[in-house]
Design a protein around this ligand. Structure first.
Ligand SMILES: [Zn+2]
Ligand SMILES: [Zn+2]
Length: 215
């Protein structure tokens, strides 16, 4: 079964939903079937996105659409000239894992997404109603984004009951699933986040960067 998912859902969460829905036995087996090589499920910039579109989603979307709507690519590529953007996307589709480093040599890979995944409780609820499960949003994973642009909530990143953060990269877990440590189902807002005008201004900024028309 091909899941329905919202714009901005991460590729990792779409892959996890495919496992949860029984299309694949596990993330590992899905990786082998989809890509044939080792690709980290997080796949922040859409490496081999056309293979994901064909082998996981039966061609319901294109690889280019996946890159534009479900990865951090458009946010970072908005800083580049059109020609560079085009070359980078082609390199992602061809499966060159180090391509991003050519355009952003100063960025450490781990800095693209925050260590522990984040979600907005209102987005989680909206996803539950629309899709039955909830997805991680690309925008919420950017380390500088602390607030949901759509709902104004400070993002959540840990379990209320046992205080564990979500597993790194959200691997195997979706925001609507119970805590893997204690089975708790309530999340809590990130600690040490001061709700400030600056934090709120950052969210629409990231939103504009990722609001690209698919092509
Ligand atoms: Zn939200
Ligand atoms: Zn817990």
């Amino acid at each position: 079964m091909i899941p329905s998912f919202p714009d901005g859902a991460t590729i990792a969460s779409i892959q996890t939903a495919l496992v949860a829905l029984g299309r694949f036995k596990s993330l590992d087996s899905s990786r082998a079937t989809i890509y044939g090589i080792r690709v980290v499920p997080e796949n922040k910039f859409g490496l081999l996105a056309e293979l994901f579109a064909q082998n996981a989603l039966d061609g319901a979307v294109t690889g280019s659409d996946l890159i534009e709507c479900h990865t951090a690519f458009p946010i970072y590529a908005s800083l580049l000239a059109d020609e560079s953007k085009h070359l980078w996307k082609a390199a992602q589709l061809e499966g060159r894992p180090g391509a991003w480093a050519r355009y952003f040599p100063a960025i450490v890979h781990d800095d693209v997404f925050a260590g522990a995944p984040r979600c907005c409780p209102a987005c989680v609820e909206a996803d539950r109603e629309a899709f039955g499960i909830a997805y991680w949003r690309v925008q919420h994973q950017l380390p500088s984004v602390l607030v949901c642009n759509g709902h104004g909530n400070v993002l959540h990143d840990h379990c209320v009951e046992c205080a564990s953060t979500y597993p790194s990269g959200g691997q195997g877990q979706l925001p609507s699933m119970a805590c893997t440590h204690c089975g708790g189902t309530q999340s809590a807002a990130m600690r040490k986040v001061k709700d400030s005008p600056g934090a709120r201004a950052q969210a629409p900024c990231a939103s504009r960067g990722s609001a690209r028309t698919p092509h």
